[in-house]
Design a protein around this ligand. Structure first.
Ligand SMILES: Cc1cc2nc3c(=O)[nH]c(=O)nc-3n(C[C@H](O)[C@H](O)[C@H](O)COP(=O)(O)OP(=O)(O)OC[C@H]3O[C@@H](n4cnc5c(N)ncnc54)[C@H](O)[C@@H]3O)c2cc1C
Length: 471
């Protein structure tokens, strides 16, 4: 086994810190690493020896160490004024003006509209994005897209684990500049690779990132199917996590014509049972190192109107310019949004990531379990908030027990979904004060880095930095 994969195995995979971003597979020049059972635990595995490896799989990994201070320096050339949301430009709520894009999207279709603009105006040669192809209805696959019409294959969120960054192995012979879409952990890895001068990562000029609360193990879909009486997932012809009008439905179509649908908010019942463990210690909800971030515009005044609304904003000069270009070209309809309102829309998840994750890490570390290193932490978390974490921990512990997962399919999804949704609102209402108390004033401090490991500097790191910080 290679020395570097051995370290990855020990420090990341066995330590339960793998984000499943897919980069280790994507950067392996000898194709020695592969994902086993994407629809299972979804972990990378060495399938052949790779003795002459330079450690890129280890240095690009987003599982064990993601230095926010270093990535902020690299991506934004500064530390953010507001560490709760990261560096950002003007913020907007809006949607894609093309009704087909908006209708098929997870929220307002802003990501797809911007990708289409980039391809139409030949600002990029191709787009790297996770899509669904008819031959593989259950397993999303990363695609290299050159024809704007093919973007329809990529629309909507896929909430099950999907190692998007394996796509890096498909672009060795693809000329840049490229656009890319990823979740925060996937973007962390791309930025780490860019920082180390990885040639394929450096071809990516535009990183579009969606907000991310958490991903689910595919077992969530199996459980849902079982509760609808479908024992064999092979019967599924089409699976969509956000079908129909925003906020959409979890929708499954079977080969024999049967169809099942569950409101998105009801489908959230699967979260406490199948949340990916690593997501509980992730501290990036808003995709802080993307060029453009996009999210659902969760606020009653938009939710009441349906159709699809996104929160969207650029973070880097290139991202800010792209959003403005989208507006000027008429592909995006945008309304101004101030940062406080934007934070308010996602306050529960901001708290979950920027305080909850740190409480959970402290708890894990105190019992000797490995935790990721981010290079920063909140200076202080109020006692009430720390106590609340015990209740959250209890919910996940019970939910993820074998017995709870086994029993789950016996309850009709519409019923448990409705109960879950009611409880969620109650919980949000009860915990609102504690979760918000002092949240906006949270102070963050830099923590000592672990012993730094000499990065491989795959090409000239200075070049990668100046290429990356545009404008
Ligand atoms: C696992 C997950 C968790 C999320 N959590 C939140 C949340 O807590 N709060 C919130 O506001 N928004 C969250 N989102 C983002 C939200 O669902 C929308 O993606 C966002 O609002 C942008 O919508 P859109 O209409 O512009 O996207 P669309 O135009 O429909 O495009 C979606 C893009 O995202 C890409 N994509 C979809 N799934 C994945 C994936 N698993 N990995 C990498 N790329 C993917 C697609 O390839 C496509 O390019 C989450 C998304 C995912 C996948």
């Amino acid at each position: 086994m290679s020395h570097w994969f051995e370290r990855l195995q020990k420090e990341v995979i066995n330590a339960d810190l793998c984000t499943r971003c897919g980069s280790c597979v994507g950067v392996c020049t000898t194709k020695a690493i592969r994902f086993d059972e994407v629809l299972g635990e979804c972990l990378p595995r060495l399938v052949q020896a790779c003795d002459d490896c330079d450690g890129r799989c280890y240095f690009g990994c987003s599982g064990r160490e993601v230095s926010f201070p270093a990535l902020n320096d690299f991506t934004h050339g500064m530390q953010p004024d507001n560490p709760l949301i990261g560096a950002h430009g003007p913020m907007y709520v809006g949607y894609a003006t093309d009704p087909n894009i908006r209708m098929r999207a997870a929220s307002g279709g802003v990501i797809t509209a911007l990708l289409k603009l980039l391809l139409d105006e030949e600002m990029v040669t191709a787009v790297l994005a996770l899509g669904t192809v008819p031959e593989e209805p259950l397993r999303p696959v990363p695609l290299v897209i050159r024809d704007p019409d093919d973007l329809r294959l990529t629309q909507q969120s896929k909430y099950s684990l999907a190692p998007t960054n394996t796509v890096l192995q498909d672009i060795v012979n693809v000329e840049g500049p490229l656009a890319y879409v990823g979740l925060p952990c996937q973007v962390h890895s791309i930025r780490k690779l860019q920082m180390a001068g990885h040639p394929e990562a450096l071809k990516i000029k535009y990183l579009l990132g969606s907000y991310c609360g958490n991903a689910l193990y595919f077992e969530a879909i199996r459980s849902y199917l079982r509760s609808e009486g479908v024992k064999d997932p092979g019967e599924v012809e089409d699976l969509q996590y956000r079908a129909g009008e925003w906020p959409g439905f979890l929708q499954v179509k079977l080969r024999d014509g049967r169809e099942y649908r569950l409101k998105k908010f009801y489908a959230n019942y699967l979260t406490p049972f199948f949340i990916v463990d690593r997501c509980l210690v992730c501290t990036d909800h808003s995709n802080e190192f993307a060029d453009v971030s996009a999210a659902d515009a969760w606020a009653p005044r938009y939710e009441e109107r349906g159709q699809g609304w996104s929160l969207v904003y650029g973070r880097t000069p290139a991202g800010i310019e792209l959003v403005e270009r989208g507006r000027a070209a008429g592909v995006l309809e945008l309304q101004d949004m101030d940062v406080d309102q934007a934070l308010d829309m996602h306050s529960h998840m901001t708290d979950f990531k920027k305080r909850g994750a740190f409480v959970r890490m402290k708890h894990l570390a105190s019992s000797g379990r490995p935790v990721p290193e981010y290079g920063y932490r909140p200076k202080e978390i109020p006692k009430k908030r720390r106590m609340l974490e015990a209740a959250i921990h209890g919910v996940f512990r019970v939910g993820r027990s074998r017995i709870a997962r086994w029993l789950l399919p016996f309850v009709p999804p519409a019923m448990i979904g409705m109960v879950f949704e009611k409880l969620r609102w109650q919980w949000k209402l009860i915990t609102k004060r504690t979760k918000r108390a002092d949240l906006w004033d949270t102070e963050f401090v830099y923590t000592e880095q672990r012993e730094p490991v000499e990065s491989p500097h795959l090409v000239d790191a200075e070049r990668s930095r100046s290429d990356n910080i545009r404008g």
